[in-house]
Ligand binder design. Sequence first.
Ligand code: PRX
Length: 637
Amino acid sequence: MSTQLPLQISSFETYQSTYERSVRDPEAFWAEQAATFSWHEKWNRVLDWNFTDPDVKWFQGGKLNITENCLDRHLDTRGDQTAILYEPNDPEAPVVRLSYRQLHAEVCKVGNALRELGVGKGDRICFYMPMVPELAISVLACARIGAIHSVVFAGFSAQALADRVNDSDCKMIICSDYNNRGNKTIPVKEVVDEALALGCPSVETVLVHRNTGEPITWDASYDQWYHECVDEQSTECPAEVMDAEDVLFILYTSGSTGKPKGVVHTCGGYMVYTAFSFLNVFQYNPGDVYWCTADIGWITGHSYILYGPLLCGATTMMFEGVPTYPDAARFWQVCAKHRVNQFYTAPTAIRALMARGNEYVEGHDLSDLKVIGSVGEPINEEAWEWYHEKVGKGKVPIVDTWWQTETGGIMISGLGGHSPQKATFAGYPLPGIQMALVSKNTGEELTENPESGLLCVKFPWPSMLRTTWGDHERCRNTYFSTVPGMYFTGDGARRDANGMYRIVGRVDDVINVSGHRMGTAEVENAIDEHPLVVETAVVGYPHEIKGQGIYAYVILAPGNHDPEKLRNEIVETVRTEIGPIAKPDKIQFVEELPKTRSGKIMRRILRKVAAGETDNLGDTSTLLNPEAVDAVIEGKV
Ligand code: PRX
């Protein structure tokens, strides 16, 4: 088995020449990277593509299993090295270290158990679990037997879980009994029970991992204990041989329309690109301890807690807890405790910790940090400077990584220490990534610098989404129809005189709340579920800690209502429909929403009012109901 790794770039000059080569002959470049992995059969075509259908295939005819590349191929060279380093929520609880050999054995045991429970290639398994080692183990086990994982962040509500389970007809749900989060214990299995009560006809089995051991309700017709199914299994489990273009996983994400969509990633290209980007962005070297604070329920956790690091034989840390428990020093205490070398987190966490005061970060030994990263939303200058000074001590390079669930891997970023860095600029595209700025007005590519426009990608990259589950037309329409011939990201960006990119933010009806992507329509639909709500418009507004907050304008049915009571009820409705992450921060009751003559809500105006920018609302005279604007301004909360 191959123990090689993809190319690791070690200077800005090498980056430039590699980039140039990767664009001149992308097939040769990616074939060279792909050849470093273990394949059962080599591909016969590197790439086939068009962005019209769209139809993108990388490494066609290639046969592989990603878990053999994550695990088996490391056994001879680093079998005893820690693969997963687990830091529990409770700082006093024992750390768990799973070596590559142990992780391999555990994954095999779960793989065998899943097969015994009747799961096979192509079946979908939904995961609804906290950040425990068993989540990593069973996700990998799922991939080992060729089943498709769909991890749902364990903060989503029963309704949101049921919607996701049903959209992809999952055969099994793997969950925990409870979740430890800070000083709270959160029921997890109970939410699964509620989801099943809402109706999930495809689910045959719920495999329950015992985490806290507190009592749960049990239905013997589908519930099975994880440990009872797994403990006696063999530690060898032959990996399912997958085609490079077989589906590896589905991950649901929000778009500008109401229903979340299942982004589909496939085996071969995703493997090649997550490993390549991990190695280069974080400049991981053997022996380093790498920590990404994301949750495996999001793409960041998939690509940069699990697959990227394990493919490269890294030691990757998983953290069960929250940044503020037992206090706001936890991240830095953990960095010092495990001598973390690469640390990767989100601006919202940086801002929240910054707001708690410098005393929490000072006094912790962060001298092992070599690269610190940011992901999920634009990082404002103040947070960037604080991260740079207080965490990076003014010398550790920051990688501001721009990417998306759909891109599978990091697209624009510095390569830790080897790229010029500029606060709030993500930087240059990675090798093989052909970004473009497109004029909103003309639809033409903007080739000069500096320039601002719609952020697009002109050429396929190995880890790009292939489709949206069950609805290819939606994939075409969302990503490939705005700018014909290109993948449209939904973001706006600026390129400076030197060609460095700065991401401005979403240009569609998607907001980014604490780094969590939310469709405004999705939140509106949830609020509309309240029986007294007639109509709703949701917009984002600048929020000091969360980046964006959720501002809801709500029209109520006629009658005398207690506004405070209704606000609470509406928040509760959103919590039930989606989950606490989608709760509106502000709710304003209005009589009317400003609309165009064709009946479309004027979101531009609502966004400005929510942001407090009422002195430049632009021309409102063409509205159907200009007087609604004054009323909205007057009632601002
Ligand atoms: O708006 C961009 C923002 O997050 C969106 C993607 O969200 P999601 O699919 O949930 O993936 C997040 C983690 C990869 C993007 O369209 N975004 C992500 N990273 C950055 C960012 N905005 C600015 N700077 C970033 N580094």
